[in-house]
Design a protein around this ligand. Structure first.
Ligand code: TF8
Length: 335
């Protein structure tokens, strides 16, 4: 009888353990998140929201520690650290990673997306999942597609109202062949350069121009060393919230799920802060004396058409199926 009693007690304990403790499957984890941009970029708001969500789900066990301004290295360097399992996470543009996953180059194609909404539908749907599989094969778990956003051109020379204005302009581009060819095709003197070097290259006039979303021109202070900003919206760049697959695989299923779910919560906050800040950032840039112009609809159409050669040139590298697939999704969305 004693044995029976003991056994029953044990079963009761086991049942209680199995049912209750919400935080049983969470271990204390310190997750370093590398960022090339600065803490006041909306990614900062996204990470705060993600942390709050993780606190609730993990009882404070999963902790994000964000590093800013490329303190842990640039996009590519940090991503390689994830692949070799020495660093947990990075928020990076997709563009510098095309050497690892060529299909990511699809996002670099000029004028691919006409609106942020189109980009969200493509990234958050099956197409985004398909690219996530390719990232996974390369040792990278993409928790969610965050936003870098629509890119605009700033320079120290002249207003750019038509593509001929770019003739001979020294434009810094990301280390990415689609961007390189897009700007070469306009007649610019395109120079690939890591993001961390851009501010001083603009300041010393080693380069004339760079292109990034308004929010980055604001938070990375490029407006201090530029005289003109032109709304070109020539490309939309996603941010990927990447996790080291080697490290992710050592986490429990609950931890993995919490990270994915909370990365989506952070994504929504980050995107909405960008939507608000786009306007405020542009106002701040103009208030600092930078002259602003948009492109006329006719010129926008002309530039878009001139850029189609870049699609032809890079389709084979990106993967013809990948390019065809995104174009089909976009055509359906535009019906
Ligand atoms: C670029 C990108 C960067 C981001 C950031 C470093 O121009 O747009 O702003 O990738 O994370 O290099």
């Amino acid at each position: 009888r004693k044995i029976l009693k003991a056994a029953t007690a044990l079963i009761t304990v086991a049942a209680t353990l199995g049912a209750a403790p919400a935080f049983a499957e969470f271990n204390a984890r310190n997750i370093r998140v590398s960022n090339g941009i600065n803490a006041d970029h909306p990614v900062g708001n996204g990470i705060q929201a993600m942390q709050k969500c993780l606190d609730e789900k993990s009882g404070g066990k999963l902790k994000l520690t964000a590093f800013w301004g490329g303190a842990l290295g640039g996009d590519l360097q940090a991503t390689q650290a994830l692949r070799s399992g020495v660093q947990e996470a990075v928020v990076t543009s997709s563009s510098p990673l095309v050497g690892i996953v060529p299909a990511l180059g699809v996002f670099d194609l000029p004028f691919l997306f006409a609106s942020a909404d189109e980009a969200y539908k493509v990234m958050d749907g099956e197409f985004g999942d398909m690219l996530n599989k390719k990232l996974d094969d390369a040792g990278l778990v993409n928790l969610a597609y965050w936003e870098n956003g629509f890119r605009n051109l700033s320079n120290s020379k002249r207003p750019v109202t038509k593509w001929e204005d770019l003739e001979g302009m020294k434009v810094r581009v990301m280390q990415n062949n689609v961007f390189l060819d897009t700007f070469k095709n306009f007649g610019a003197n395109a120079t690939p350069m890591a993001f961390g070097e851009v501010f001083s290259a603009l300041e010393t006039k080693a380069i004339d121009a760079q292109e990034n979303p308004y929010v980055t021109i604001d938070t990375s202070k490029f407006y201090e060393v530029q005289a003109y900003v032109s709304e070109t919206k020539h490309a939309y760049t996603p941010f990927l919230f990447l996790f080291s697959k080697a490290i992710f695989n050592t986490y429990t299923a609950d931890e993995q799920k919490a990270l994915r779910d909370c990365a989506a919560v952070g994504r929504d906050v980050e995107r909405s802060v960008i939507a608000d800040l786009n306007k405020t950032s542009l106002e701040k840039i103009q208030a600092a004396g930078v002259k602003f112009n948009t492109l006329s609809p006719e010129e926008h159409k002309r530039i878009l058409e001139k850029s189609q050669v870049v699609y032809e040139k890079h389709k084979a590298d990106i993967g013809p199926d990948v390019v065809d697939s995104v174009q089909k999704i976009l055509a359906d969305l535009r019906k």
